[in-house]
Design a protein around this ligand. Structure first.
Ligand SMILES: [Zn+2]
Length: 336
């Protein structure tokens, strides 16, 4: 069948009229399939939500138990049928629980990859390519200038800075879901086993990762109870970037501001945010990974959802793969 009849963009998000469901809808709907827990993809207020157990748990942590009326968990590789449409979830390698969603009917299979990456990440299941007719991809870093470095090289910079400036507290900005835990995991892999201090906004998600078997080591709240005046010299503190302009940040001695994001490749962005130590750590594909993934899956068609759509569409066409931008709105990833 024509792929457009199986799934097409609407103002509420990608809609499957045959199965009467939406993927990552940006408005409340009757039936939602959710790829992962970032707030631009996973919103509260749908009646029925189908997602991986971990994504459902993460939504519960973020929105409370009433985030939907009815939840249904699906394991990677399992298939459920919704009004004759076969739906299965497959690892996307983006954050804990993140999935690509394969949607199949009358011999046509579309894969919605959500957000994904191919680089090594020990905090979630790695991306698995799924053969399909239409591959729907994001393009957050879809320009040839984007090459993400080895993330362990980036955390090595942080540890080097601590050795160099033992009198300064090191504040690392990282988004609460996925990035914070990945940064901690990378720091641990670099051999750092001292306590790492957390802003309160990260505690529950870090606890959840640890419960799910992701070892993050000794994590402690970055509170000043029992301390006099500023402190945390020579320590690592992880917090959401928004907290750094708060009263919260004043408790740290001579803070050195670091920020972990794929956008830290862009010098101007680091400068604007007052970041002294940019750490280029991304949970999205860079340009070579986008090209490698499409070449590997070799779908008949590529649809590009959000980010820098035009360059990737052009590259697909030059590679002999039909491609088009979907111009979906409402996806500005919180976990870049
Ligand atoms: Zn995301």
């Amino acid at each position: 069948m024509k792929a457009d009849l199986l799934l097409h963009p609407t103002p509420a998000g990608l809609h499957c009229p045959i199965g009467s469901f939406y993927v990552d809808p940006v408005r409340p709907v009757d039936r939602a399939l959710i790829t992962h827990g970032h707030s631009d993809h996973a919103r509260a207020g749908h009646r029925h939500v189908l997602a991986t157990r971990q994504t459902l748990d993460i939504m519960k942590i973020r929105y409370g138990a009433g985030f939907c009326q009815q939840e249904q968990a699906i394991a990677f590789g399992d298939t459920v049928h919704i009004d004759g449409v076969a739906v299965s979830f497959h690892p996307a390698g983006h954050v804990l629980g993140s999935a690509q969603i394969a949607i199949e009917h009358a011999g046509t299979r579309i894969v919605v990859s959500g957000d994904y990456k191919r680089g090594d990440d020990q905090t979630c299941a790695g991306f698995e390519p799924v053969a399909c007719d239409v591959f729907i991809t994001e393009a957050t870093f879809g320009l040839p200038v984007f090459h993400h470095p080895d993330p362990l090289r980036e955390t090595a910079k942080l540890l080097h800075s601590i050795a160099q400036f033992p009198g300064r507290s090191h504040l690392v900005g990282a988004y609460a879901l996925g990035k914070a835990q990945r940064v901690i995991s990378l720091i641990r892999r670099s051999g750092y086993d001292r306590p790492i201090f957390l802003h309160g906004a990260l505690t529950r998600l870090c606890d959840y990762y640890q419960e799910q078997g992701v070892d993050l080591g000794d994590l402690r709240p970055a509170t000043i109870e029992g301390r006099k005046g500023p402190g945390f010299e020579g320590e690592i503190i992880i917090g959401p970037p928004s907290a750094f302009n708060d009263r919260w940040a004043r408790r740290f001695t001579d803070p050195l501001i670091a920020f972990a994001s794929g956008w830290m490749m862009v010098r101007q962005r680091a400068k604007q945010r007052g970041v002294e130590l940019p750490l280029v750590i991304s949970d999205h594909c860079d340009w070579p990974e986008l090209k490698a993934t499409i070449s590997e899956i070799r779908p008949a068609e590529v649809w590009v959802t959000h980010g820098r759509e035009e360059a990737l569409v052009r590259w697909c066409e030059l590679a002999g793969i039909a491609a088009r931008p979907l111009h979906l709105v409402g996806y500005e990833d919180e976990g870049d």
